[in-house]
Design a protein around this ligand. Structure first.
Ligand SMILES: Cc1ncc(COP(=O)(O)O)c(C=O)c1O
Length: 465
């Protein structure tokens, strides 16, 4: 529940002006700025510790979203602050553009040791979109170097989110996010995703994989550079793969000389109980993209991690990957990344997720008696509840109803009761939870205690509408 803490008192005065200043000057991302008025404050988060954050009024929230799938090791870790401070004193900044520095080298080695197979080449970026952008560019460049410059298209999945830069946007499968920015990079193809909740009962479990193969054939395998997939698809609500899905996709890629990119901007760093999400589902990608929790998100950093084979054309003679950014591999971010990996190893955060994921899931499964709960799905500490109007027919909510239900009631009410999670309607309406990996029984109980009355009330409102 939202409670006041003594620390809050100091922030109240500042908070009043922060609201006004934010409305005047801060252009928030993916936000309806016009929606903030006298009755609708901008939520201003001022402090974090462990699994909790506090707002400007001193209300405490369980961060059931890990600050957008980012602060996997929880908030407020001193060791990360010390690592950043020590690095700033030693070497504030040097670029990875023609130069190297110790922390980027050390972090690249640590990351390479953790990746599956020979994904040994770590190209640092500043965000997930940039990591995806680098992966798309390296895939195109790799084929060009092998005399197959015609291979340029990217296959992704419907409703999947891969970022906002113009290449990543071409891979993103969310029509409303895309069409308003056309034309973006040509060559984005979208296969069905694996959300089997709405599939006919007798559908072949590998249908989605076979459909992807069919699309590859249809668009011409000789024109396709890469398939990009999240191990567990975030948008659409924590959509897991069918058993054997990735193995079949890997076969299709191998058969047609197509690179497989595992977009793990969310699914890496323990979210699914492993350092990398592909390890959970036992497949070997050619490239992994990551960001967010690589540094616990205490400071921005991403990476595109490539296999030796993908790296090979850029490794000798006058060849180079003509791509980069000033800040990629920033020493302060790399120092924090190393501190983050120390915490993962010392506290066995991945092991903790594997030990506790069933208990976390049970918290959500226990809500199935509420008629609005249609499906509960996910893996690790990354789960969603799909909301339905009619459980027998699995009928969901149309966009006007979703607007009323998610934005008009659920988001605000969950937040008011002290739980930050995501009420999302990119695809069918869902509530998503991805709590920090330090969460345990007490946090799961708190999540359940907020969700139950809110979902019950949501159902009452749906019935009486
Ligand atoms: C799977 C995936 N790829 C790429 C991105 C883009 O990352 P960023 O917001 O850091 O650019 C995201 C962001 O949520 C993501 O979930």
């Amino acid at each position: 529940m939202a409670v006041s803490t003594p620390q809050a008192i100091q922030t109240v005065t500042a908070g009043a002006s922060l609201q006004e200043t934010a409305r005047k000057h801060l252009w928030m991302h993916f936000s309806r700025m016009g929606g903030y008025d006298a009755d609708h404050e901008i939520p201003i988060i001022t402090r974090g510790e462990g699994a909790y954050v506090w707002d400007e009024h001193g209300n405490r929230y369980l961060d059931g979203l890990s600050a957008l799938f980012c602060c996997n090791a929880g908030h407020g870790r001193e060791a990360y602050a010390e690592a950043a401070a020590a690095q700033i004193k030693e070497l504030d900044f040097y670029t990875n553009w023609s130069y190297a520095h110790p922390r980027a080298i050390e972090l690249a080695e640590r990351v390479a040791e953790l990746t599956p197979g020979d994904l040994n080449r770590v190209f640092f970026t500043n965000s997930g979109s940039e990591a995806v952008e680098a992966a798309i560019k390296v895939a195109r460049n790799y084929f060009r170097a092998h005399g197959k410059g015609q291979k340029h298209k990217i296959v992704a999945r419907e409703v999947a989110y891969h970022g906002t830069t113009m290449g990543a946007l071409a891979a993103t499968g969310l029509t409303p996010l895309k069409t308003q920015f056309e034309p973006y990079m040509p060559g984005g193809i979208h296969a069905p995703n694996t959300n089997e909740y709405h599939w006919p009962a007798d559908r072949d479990p590998l249908w989605a994989a076979e459909e992807l193969g069919r699309l590859v054939e249809f668009h011409g395998p000789e024109t396709i550079a890469a398939v990009i997939l999240e191990p567990l698809q975030n948008a659409g609500g924590c959509i897991p793969p069918q058993e054997g899905y990735f193995q079949r996709v890997r076969e299709i890629c191998d058969e047609h000389d197509i690179l497989l990119i595992s977009d793990e901007v969310i699914c890496s760093w323990g979210r699914l109980g492993h350092y990398f999400g592909c390890q959970r589902y036992g497949f070997q990608p050619d490239i992994i993209t990551t960001a967010k929790a690589l540094t616990g998100a205490y400071i921005p950093m991403g990476a595109m991690i490539a296999s030796e084979e993908v790296y090979e054309p850029f490794s000798s003679g006058t060849a180079s990957f003509a791509h980069g950014s000033t800040f990629g591999g920033h020493p302060v971010a790399a120092a924090v990344g190393l501190a983050n990996l120390d915490a993962f190893a010392e506290e066995d955060l991945c092991g903790h997720v594997l030990r506790k994921e069933d208990e976390f899931r049970r918290t959500l499964e226990d809500l199935r008696d509420i008629p609005i709960v249609g499906d509960v799905r996910g893996a690790g500490f990354f789960h969603a509840i799909e909301l339905v109007k009619d459980r027998d027919t699995k009928q969901g909510f149309d966009s006007e109803e979703s607007e009323w239900l998610l934005r008009g009631f659920l988001s605000g009410e969950l937040y008011r009761r002290g739980l930050i999670c995501r009420a999302d309607d990119r695809g069918d309406p869902v509530i998503q939870l991805s709590p920090p990996l330090v969460c345990d029984t007490e946090h799961f109980e708190e999540i359940g205690a907020v969700l139950r009355p809110v979902l019950e009330e949501a159902w009452d409102r749906v019935r009486s509408r």
